[in-house]
Design a protein around this ligand. Sequence first.
Ligand SMILES: Cc1ncc(COP(=O)(O)O)c(C=O)c1O
Length: 353
Amino acid sequence: MFCLMDMTDDFSFAPDFAAARAFFQARDDYQPTPVTTLKGLGGCAVLAKDETNRLGLGAFKALGAPYAVARILDAKWQAQTGEALLPEAQISPQAQAFIAAQTFVCASAGNHGIGVAAGARAAGAKARIHLADTVPESFADRLRAIGASVVRSGAIYEDSVAAATKDADQAGDILLADGTWPGYTVYPKWVMEGYCVIPEELRETFEASGQWPTHVYLQAGVGGLAAAMAHMIRLNWTEQPELIVVEPVSAACLQASHLAGKPSRGEGPESIMGRLDCKDPSIVAWSVLERCDVRYATLTEAEGIGASEQVTSLGIPTTPSGAAGFGALMQADAKLLQDASFRPLVVISERPA
Ligand SMILES: Cc1ncc(COP(=O)(O)O)c(C=O)c1O
């Protein structure tokens, strides 16, 4: 397994969010995703950042791995030649051959794998994605359509993470996970750096409108999205909202870690919120969240399904994973929902397969 600079356990997070934004702004297909207002919870107007069509890949994860792939290739090429990797149009045959020889490996609950596959294909590299049995075949089909090879690995997500790690190690390929663990933090931080585009777009929207949200609901799997959002909101939003991290009851690993004061498993049966069904937290994400003054909420399976039906009926087709933040909001008491100063924001994080 190749991993630059990952000699230490560095759980800090100081993203170069301007570089991530510039990377996407240079692409023809980039545009900020919309913020719409959903009206369906009593008198409450809910701001919804709609990530269901991000860069044509169907989820916010299109911001993470594609950016990390480009950064990794550039870092590897610089380590080898001392030169930066040039944009595609000016790239040398040597650099092209170097990229074509690189293979990215990861495990995925679905969307991260699509990001890795799309990033590798855009750059001219290869991708091999490990999926647990719990990941729908529709994701495998989408991955193959983007040119990735798919390996079915184990019963649950954590099995596929172990398989991908072993595979990359044995093949000498590049492991690009979205979770972090002791000894492996650098590349997933770059994935999280890509997600920082979302809170930056939101900051610009709210600076223009002056209507800052009072509460932000962030659904979490390993915690990369929630941590990137929370970090950026605390860093540079003018008005500070309450932050609520939302997990399935059966995979509440970040809440368990918070309560235990150390990375801890969230035990439970398989969840219908498949993309959030991560039993182990990213240790970087967990340590970021510990510094960001967040509170935690959990969703039952029925609440997850109810949330996806409600958000879909309000005009944004999504899944229980994609609507989980909205689901936590549905738990709020009627008094809060009717309070005119309550201005919640949710992220609708994926479209249905
Ligand atoms: C649609 C969707 N929402 C939320 C998440 C949670 O993101 P993270 O694992 O970074 O916490 C994922 C992760 O795969 C996802 O695919």
